[in-house]
Design a protein around this ligand. Structure first.
Ligand SMILES: [Zn+2]
Ligand SMILES: [Zn+2]
Length: 358
């Protein structure tokens, strides 16, 4: 079968190969025909080495498809079921799962380092234990979450990471209050979803911050009340909050520099929500005086900061009732030729629908 493969970390071009096999099928596992995949920023971060990932690998961790086959002992899904591919499955028995914080379950990482694919030349890994830039993937049954028939695969794929992460940051983690002021730094698919979450919660001002004009424009159509380039953020803070800072600031980039800006843009006593996935050697500096004196609450948010399956269900319900716009996210807003070209090849013949929401 075909898959788009990155041969070495640091390269920016994927190669579509047709000699790939999904491996590991057996008890407790399911084989999925991938019908749609999104491109999330973390895929790019894995390709360029910001996030740890062995190579060669198949990127993609935001996908949806149909169950082709189930291994012994699998009871939750059956052949033909439509599923979201969850890259962070819940074991259901660890302390984090029992607390309802399934986003902190480490069970899915236990197999890190086990290849998901092979080809005649050797092993091929899958990003985040999945690898959805492919026609088929084998994952643990917990990674296959059934979805209702009315949810198109493209929509389900986006719920698999970006939408869940961004909406959850606003609703579960930051718990945005009605009437508050919000700034969202970084307006890819996750940032846009945080904007939609803040809008749902009734924030009165939502400022989208992004260096790319087309993303700022998109942010306005998803509920931002204004959109500014990073160098205009200080001015927006002055105008909108009289210089005090925003009640909530979301950092959706994953860099210490933007996190520091976000910290300074948060009002005293306000909430800084860290959503972006950053590198292990990138350190955020805070001095001990400001940390205590300004009483800003720093709340990291991993994969939506709550029970993952409940977050999926909530996103589907909000989408179905027209309260969030997910169709609008299925667009090509970036030009990353090395990735887009490969995904276009994968797409040919309807092998795989792709949504690029980085
Ligand atoms: Zn668990
Ligand atoms: Zn992601």
């Amino acid at each position: 079968m075909r898959a788009a493969v990155l041969h070495e970390i640091g390269q920016d071009k994927l190669e579509v190969l047709d000699d790939i096999e999904a491996v590991g099928f057996g008890p407790g596992k399911v084989r999925i025909r991938v019908r749609a995949t999104g491109l999330c920023h973390s895929d790019v971060s894995a390709m360029n080495g910001v996030l740890p990932q062995p190579a060669p690998f198949v990127p993609g961790h935001e996908g949806a498809g149909e169950i082709l086959d189930v291994g012994d002992g699998v009871t939750g899904v059956k052949q033909g079921d439509r599923v979201v591919i969850c890259w962070l499955p819940a074991c259901g028995t660890c302390p984090a799962c029992k607390r309802g914080q399934t986003e902190l379950c480490l069970a899915g990482f236990m197999n890190a380092g086990t290849p998901n694919f092979k080809r005649p030349g050797g092993d091929v890994f899958g990003f985040a234990g999945t690898g959805t830039f492919t026609e088929e993937v084998v994952v643990g049954a917990g990674c296959a979450v059934p979805i209702p028939d009315d949810v198109p695969f493209e929509i389900a794929a986006l719920i698999g990471c970006g939408v869940t992460t961004g909406l959850g940051a606003a609703i579960n983690t930051a718990d945005v209050e009605a009437g508050s002021s919000v700034a969202v730094i970084g307006c890819g698919g996750v940032g846009i979803s945080a904007i939609q979450g803040a809008r749902l919660r009734g924030a009165s001002q939502i400022v989208a911050v992004d260096p790319v004009a087309s993303r700022r424009e998109a942010a306005l159509s998803f509920g931002a009340t204004e959109a500014v380039a990073p160098d205009a953020l200080d001015d927006a803070k002055l105008r909108i909050t009289a210089g005090e800072g925003f009640d909530y600031v979301f950092e959706v980039v994953g860099k210490s520099a933007t996190a520091r800006t976000a910290y300074e843009t948060t009002r005293r006593g306000g909430t800084l929500c860290i959503v972006g996935a950053g590198a292990m050697d990138d350190f955020l500096q805070l001095n001990m005086f400001e940390l205590f004196f300004d009483e800003k609450r720093i709340l990291p948010s991993m994969y939506g900061g709550g029970d993952v399956v409940r977050s999926y269900e909530r996103a589907i319900s909000l989408w179905r009732s027209g309260r969030i716009d997910l169709e609008g996210l299925i667009t090509h807003r970036v030009k990353l030729a090395g990735i887009n070209d490969a995904l276009a090849q994968m797409r040919s013949g309807e092998a795989l629908r792709t949504c690029i929401e980085i």
